[in-house]
Design a protein around this ligand. Structure first.
Ligand code: AMP
Ligand code: GLY
Length: 425
């Protein structure tokens, strides 16, 4: 099969790495890809959000199956346009992608189907939003309804912060249309967990969970980011917790989407808070997590490609995937300044030596080739990923590789998996 992966981050590198190992894959393209992806796929310079460009590429290269990595093209209808063009695709329709692209849509679905989530109200009127915040008190969470590149959620510690956030979204148009409606919800106390399940519109196949680290700096300090590191398995998410999550959250969601005429196909990514009352959903994403996918692909022992195809074909019912009992951990190396302004084009050295550390795979998140050199080309730049029998050893291996990378303009957290192995390696 001729496969096209859409995207160019670490998630897509790990997906390409796994797909390229499938005996079913005869030719692999990635658009736009990056310097690391170029080692396993032919990269074509078409942006992920260029919907017409991606469809034209799929037609021109006679692609049999497209795997869409990021949420923005899905929310723009890439899966629908590919299906219309007769190309099979992994990823939900624009309507089903509302699970990620509209927080209000998801909250209402949860309310209708009794799916455990934070208590909330939706607002378009700023005076009403402020009155609600004042009545509820802090801490409280203010969320822009639409996609805002990960910046649309404000976890407010005070009533003032929350009202400021609501004003910025509703009156000052901070996120444009994405913030014209807001969800204001209860602050959930607990441990965060990312859990993934494949869906074919009717059947659901649970994958595994991973724990991400959203804050930029050690000890969960600093601004929120797309994710600075992840590991799997995480002890809090044992088999019983996974079963409970499937029964209370994932299966009712998949059933509701089908009943509402927008069956979900692709991967459902549940952002969970494991609270004293059990798992609660605080967000859905309609795509794989980044950097969680990097550790998932390390632990996956089965061929991923037939499972992704089964999501499109409706054949998940009889599917099973095997996972390594070992631990995987990834450390994100980012450009200094990320998630705010940062420099591009700085040179990264030492990648070959780092890749030789036992159990290590280096996934590129934001790089571009320049002859033989590799240059940083994004905020999150590298995902140094390792497998080992224990989380502690996986972390040792990952940081051993990090320390061989010569990139003065980069930084990383040194405490990934602190909940399991403490703060310092
Ligand atoms: P998101 O951009 O939706 O991934 O949210 C960013 C972060 O906000 C999440 O990773 C959580 O840490 C936090 N968050 C979102 N909703 C809640 C909530 N209801 N209670 C506590 N924290 C939340
Ligand atoms: N790791 C967070 C995300 O993919 O949204």
């Amino acid at each position: 099969m001729r496969i096209l992966v859409v995207g160019g981050g670490g998630r897509e590198h790990s997906l390409c790495w796994a797909i390229s190992a499938s005996p079913l894959c005869t030719k692999l393209y990635c658009a736009p890809g990056n310097a690391g992806i170029a080692q396993v796929a032919e990269c074509i310079d078409v942006a992920a959000e260029d919907i017409a460009g991606q469809v034209a590429l799929a037609k021109r290269e006679k692609i049999d199956f497209v795997v869409v990595g990021p949420e923005v093209p899905l929310a723009m209808g890439l899966a629908d346009r590919l299906a219309e063009a007769g190309v099979k695709v992994f990823g939900p329709s624009q309507k089903a992608a509302q699970l990620e692209s509209s927080k209000g849509f998801t909250k209402e679905l949860c309310k209708r189907h009794d799916i455990p989530t934070a208590a909330y109200e939706r607002f378009t009127d700023v005076a009403r939003a402020v009155a609600y915040i004042e009545a509820q008190g802090a801490p409280i969470v203010v969320k822009a309804d639409g996609l805002a590149a990960g910046k649309g959620v404000v976890v407010a510690e005070t009533v003032e912060q929350a009202t400021e956030a609501a004003r910025a979204m509703l009156s000052d148009n901070r996120f444009g249309a994405a913030g014209a409606s807001v969800v204001i919800e209860e602050f959930l106390v607990g441990e965060e967990m990312s859990f993934f399940a494949l869906c074919d519109g009717e059947h659901v196949l649970p994958l595994i969970g991973a724990q991400d680290h959203k804050r930029a700096f050690d000890n969960d300090k600093g601004p929120n980011t797309g994710g600075m590191g992840a590991y799997s398995p995480a002890p809090i998410f044992d088999a019983a917790m996974q079963k409970r999550t499937m029964e209370a959250i994932i299966l009712p969601t998949a059933r509701a989407m089908a009943a509402d005429g927008m069956p979900f196909t692709g991967v459902l990514y549940a952002g969970l808070m494991i609270t004293a009352q059990g798992p609660k959903i605080f967000e859905y994403n309609c795509r794989f997590g980044d950097p969680e996918t990097q550790v998932l692909m390390m632990r996956l022992k089965s061929d991923i490609l037939p499972a992704l195809i089964a999501c499109a074909d409706g054949g998940l019912k009889h599917f099973d995937l095997r996972w390594s009992p070992e631990s995987a951990l990834t450390v994100v190396m980012a450009a200094k300044g990320y998630p705010d302004a940062y420099q591009k084009g700085t040179e990264i050295r030492g990648l070959d030596a780092a890749a030789k550390v036992e159990g290590v795979q280096i996934f590129h998140a934001g790089t571009k080739p320049d002859g033989k050199r590799v240059l940083a080309n994004g905020g999150r730049v590298l995902n140094i990923t390792a497998m080992a029998p224990t989380v502690a050893e996986a972390r040792n291996r990952a940081y051993r590789a990090v320390d061989l990378i010569d990139w003065p303009e980069g930084f990383c957290r040194r405490d990934i998996a602190w909940r399991v192995v403490g703060s310092r390696p």
